[in-house]
Each structure stands twice: as C-alpha cells, then as structure tokens.
Design a binder for this molecule. Structure first.
Ligand SMILES: C[S@@+](CC[C@H](N)C(=O)[O-])C[C@H]1O[C@@H](n2cnc3c(N)ncnc32)[C@H](O)[C@@H]1O
Length: 332
C-alpha cells in the first residue's frame, strides 16, 4: 500500500497522519498487506520507540552509532568527514542519522520512513537537538528524491523490512552522487535471528506465565496492554521479511550497481543476552526494573560485545554473529 493512499488526514506538508491505535479490522487487513503492516506496527510503537530500545541522543548512542559506522566502512576508504548531505531510509525515531550528525559524520540530513508516526518523532527529535534536518514519509523501494542528490545514505535495521531489497539498493545508488557512500547496519543474519527469536519467545512465555503466580501479580502488565502487545506481535511476524547471509547481501548490492562493497558483523553472545533482556523488559510494567537493572543490562551487553569482538571473532564464523552491516559506493 502506498502511504499516500491512507484514508487518514494529512499531518504535515502533505504526509499522511500517523495511525497509533490500529483496530482489529486494520490488523486483519495488514496480515495480507506487508506495507500496511509496516505502517500500523511502526506507527503503534513510534511514540514509545526510544524508551523500548533505550535510544538516546547523548554520548552513549552517539558513540554507538559512530562505532557502527566506523566498523562498517573500511578505514582506508573513509573520506574526510563530514559528508555534506545525508539521507536515512527507515529512520524510525532517528537513532542512526541524528546521532551520526552529532558524531560529525554528516552536516545535514533528511530522515524518511514509511511510517508517518516515525517521521514525526524523528523530525521532532532532530529539531529538539537543533540539527539541520527535514523529514518525509517515503518508501525505500521508491525514494522520492532526484538522482545524484546525496553524499551519504544510511539505514539501521530497515533492509529486513523491505520486500525487494535489491530494488531499494538500486534506489540508494540512484539518489547518491557519484562517489557517494551508503552504510546499512543492524540487519539480522539468518543464524543470529534463529537463536535470538528462540530466546525471546522463551523469555516472553516464562515472564507472562510466571507473573500469573500469586504474589508476582505486581510484575504483570495490565491484560489490555499484554493483548495489545500480542496483536502487535502478530504484525511483527508480517513486518520482519528477511534475514541475511552476508555474502548474499554483498552480491545483491553489487547487482544493484554499487562498487567497493563489503560487509562486517557484530554481536554474538551480546545478542544472546540482549534479546531476552529486552523481551523481559517489555513483559513487565514500565519502570518496574529500575536504574540498577538498566545499568546491569547495559554494562553486561558492553562486556559481552567486547568479548565477541576480541575473543569469539577468532573462532566464530562471520555469519553466526547477529548483526550484519554493509557499505558500498556509487561508481564515479
Ligand atoms: C526496526 S525499525 C528501525 C528504525 C530505526 N532505523 C532504528 O534503528 O531505530 C524499521 C523501520 O523501517 C521502516 N520501514 C519498513 N518498511 C519500510 C519501507 N519499505 N520504506 C521505508 N521505511 C520502512 C519502519 O516503519 C520502521 O520505522
């Protein structure tokens, strides 16, 4: 579905308005329409997305975004920063590009997403940070910008939602200026997705059943919220379309017209910890776990990420890590 076809009223500059509370009928229709599912699912979570994923726009996430960028682009290929004009596809609340701009990777940017709710949040976040950004509802399979417009195109955790990934990469190459670079990070590998999903499903079952036990009711979220989460989870199965083998992803980018293509991967044991922890956080009432838990979760994840990068890296195959990143260049 084209977001312009939505029957919701226009919000800003001709973009459709968000649909934060999908009805059962809309969810039913979305089960057969992946793009409608993307809009409903991501509109539903837009306003709480930063909290859900512990996204911030301070040093913690600025460094995280910059580290992802540096780990993706081979150091010998990194040109002088900042890039002038950047585009983000599937920006969500703006985590990647807003933090990359703050990290000095780009000077100004356009945040785009299929979900009007996400564009609204990302634009608001960028404006609150005083950054030179604009926002637009856009489908990554048909990017509404002229050829040769951007110096840099980025995305985080978006490619696996796009039905025709190669078509979208062709669009990326088209809107890049000759010599311009793209960087996509946070995509699930096929192996990583298998263990992450299994651990998450198990955690959700244990948490939602354990909190039925007398004495643990205080840890149970209200049934209406759990029902809403379950409806969203039904959509999640429709919005998550792909997992990737790094070599296949490279081949796709080359056949989309990119050169100097390379992939790298991150998070092995860190993902085995991170996914159950995030699922547990979603299963219990917001704020219940407190600051001590948040600190434990973050430092454990940082520690395991270090071990993944410095120890497991020597023996574990690249494709077993959870996240794959890809970069490439438009031929000059
Ligand atoms: C998992 S979220 C990631 C958001 C953000 N990049 C981040 O890492 O926090 C995926 C985002 O991709 C968007 N999306 C899904 N399909 C899309 C498409 N065809 N074109 C553009 N954006 C899309 C969703 O609306 C959602 O905001």
């Amino acid at each position: 579905m084209n977001p312009k076809d939505s029957d919701t009223l226009s919000d800003v500059a001709g973009d459709p308005a968000p649909t934060p509370h999908a009805t059962a009928e809309q969810v039913e229709a979305a089960l057969k329409d992946t793009k409608l599912a993307q809009i409903l699912y991501h509109d539903w979570e837009a306003e709480s997305y930063d909290d859900k994923w512990s996204i911030s726009y301070d040093k913690r996430c600025v460094d995280y975004a910059r580290n992802l960028f540096d780990a993706t682009v081979p150091p010998e290929e990194l040109r002088e920063l900042p890039y002038d004009r950047a585009l983000e596809l599937g920006c969500g609340s703006g985590f990647f590009l807003l933090n990359l701009i703050q990290a000095g990777v780009a000077r100004r940017g356009s945040v785009t997403d299929l979900s009007p709710g996400m564009v609204k949040v990302a634009t608001r976040n960028g404006q609150n940070l005083g950054l030179d950004i604009d926002g637009r509802v856009a489908d990554a399979e048909g990017v509404p910008y002229e050829d040769d417009t951007f110096d840099l195109v980025v995305g985080h955790a978006v490619l696996h939602h796009i039905p025709d990934v190669e078509k979208s990469l062709r669009e990326v190459v088209r809107v890049l200026k000759p010599g311009g670079r793209f960087v996509f990070a946070g995509e699930p590998t096929s192996v990583g997705n298998t263990y992450a999903r299994s651990l998450s499903t198990l955690t959700w079952r244990v948490a939602t059943n354990a909190t039925k036990i007398p004495g643990l009711e205080g840890w149970r979220r209200p049934q209406a919220e759990l029902d809403e989460s379950s409806r969203a989870a039904a959509l999640e199965a429709v919005v998550d379309l792909h997992t990737f083998d790094p070599d296949d992803l490279e081949r796709m980018a080359r056949s989309a017209g990119a050169v100097d293509v390379s992939t790298s991967t991150t998070e092995f044991t860190a993902a085995m910890l991170g996914w159950p922890l995030r699922t547990f956080e979603a299963a219990v009432p917001p704020g219940k776990l407190g600051w001590g838990y948040a600190k434990f979760a973050f430092t454990s994840w940082i520690g395991l990420s270090w071990i993944d990068d410095n120890v497991w890296r020597r023996v574990v195959p690249k494709g077993w890590y959870y996240n794959v990143m890809i970069t490439g260049v438009k031929p000059s």
